[in-house]
Ligand binder design. Structure first.
Ligand SMILES: [Zn+2]
Length: 269
C-alpha cells in the first residue's frame, strides 16, 4: 500500500512537478494554485469558526479599521504586482487573542492577524504593514500551495491526513485539511527570504517606511514570555534577515517617499 502511494506521488510529481517562484526559485508543486485557492476557502471558514462563535472576530472596531486600512493599501499594490490576483476573494480578519503573536495567509489571499501581535509588539502602522505585507507576499508567491504540497507529500496520502484531522479537531478532509495544516507549518527559509523581499516592496509602495521591517523583526525576537511567538515558529529566520532587509531599504526609499495618495482595495468586513 505504502509503495503504491509512493509511486502515485512520484507520478504526480512528474506531472505537476516543480514550479518557479517570482524570485526564480524552484518549488515543489503537487497542488495547483487553483486547487489550493479552492481548498483554502473552506479551510479559512473552518479555522475562523471557533473564534466567530465566541464573537472574537473583528470585535474591536478601532483595531479592525486600522488593520483593514493598512491591508487595503497593501492589496492594491499586490494587485499591481500580480494583476491576476484582482479576481481573488481577498480577506483579512482580526482575531481577538491578546496572548497570541501571530498572523497567517492562505492561498488566494485569505488572511488573519491575532490582536496579540499588535498589542505585544506595540506595532506601529509601518511595522504592521511589514507583517501584513510579508503575509500577502507568501500568498502572492504561492507559498501556501507549496506548503500544502509538502504536507501531502510528507504524510503520504489522504489517509494519514485524515488522522491528523482527528487530532486537530477540524471538520476538514483532503486538500482543505492540507490548507489548514499548511498555515501551521514553518515556511522554508528560502520562502521567508522571498516574502521579506516582496513584503518590504509592497509596504514601501503602499507608503509604509521600509526601515520598519528591521525594527519589526527586532521586536519580534524580543517578545514572548514563555517561549518565542507562534509567528517565529512558522516564519523561521533566514540567514542574515536583518542585514538583508537593511540592504533593501535604500532601493525601497524612493517608493516610500513618492508623493500623492496611495490606492486602496476595499475589504468587505
Ligand atoms: Zn513568512
Amino acid at each position: 500500500m505504502k509503495r503504491h502511494h509512493l509511486i502515485l506521488l512520484v507520478c504526480l510529481a512528474l506531472i505537476v512537478g516543480c514550479a518557479t517562484s517570482p524570485t526564480g526559485r524552484r518549488q515543489l508543486m503537487l497542488v495547483s494554485e487553483d486547487s489550493a485557492i479552492n481548498a483554502s476557502k473552506q479551510a479559512y471558514v473552518e479555522m475562523l469558526k471557533p473564534y466567530e462563535q465566541k464573537g472574537k472576530i473583528d470585535n474591536n472596531p478601532a483595531l479592525k479599521d486600522r488593520v483593514y486600512r493598512i491591508t487595503g493599501r497593501l492589496i492594491a499594490q499586490a494587485i499591481k504586482m500580480r494583476p491576476d490576483t484582482r479576481d481573488w476573494e481577498w480577506s483579512m480578519k482580526v482575531i481577538d487573542d491578546p496572548k497570541t503573536v501571530n498572523a497567517w495567509a492562505m492561498a488566494g489571499g485569505k488572511m488573519a492577524v491575532y490582536s496579540g501581535l499588535v498589542i505585544q509588539l506595540k506595532a506601529t502602522d509601518d511595522e504592521l504593514a511589514q507583517v501584513l505585507g510579508h503575509e500577502i507576499a507568501h500568498a502572492l508567491a504561492n507559498h501556501s500551495a507549496e506548503k500544502m504540497s509538502v504536507a501531502m507529500a510528507s504524510t503520504i496520502g489522504v489517509a494519514a491526513v485524515g488522522i491528523a484531522a482527528d487530532r486537530k479537531g477540524l471538520a476538514l478532509t483532503g486538500a482543505a485539511l492540507a490548507a489548514a495544516l499548511a498555515v501551521q507549518r514553518p515556511n522554508s527559509r528560502a520562502a521567508e527570504s522571498e516574502a521579506d523581499r516582496i513584503g518590504i516592496e509592497l509596504a514601501a509602495k503602499a507608503g509604509y517606511d521600509p526601515r520598519a521591517a528591521i525594527t519589526l523583526w527586532q521586536k519580534m525576537a524580543k517578545v514572548g514570555g514563555k517561549g518565542p511567538p507562534e509567528f517565529l515558529s512558522t516564519h523561521p529566520s533566514p540567514e542574515n534577515r536583518e542585514k538583508k532587509l537593511a540592504e533593501f531599504v535604500p532601493q525601497m526609499m524612493p517608493y516610500y517617499e513618492q508623493k500623492g495618495k496611495r490606492p486602496t482595495y476595499r475589504l468587505s468586513g
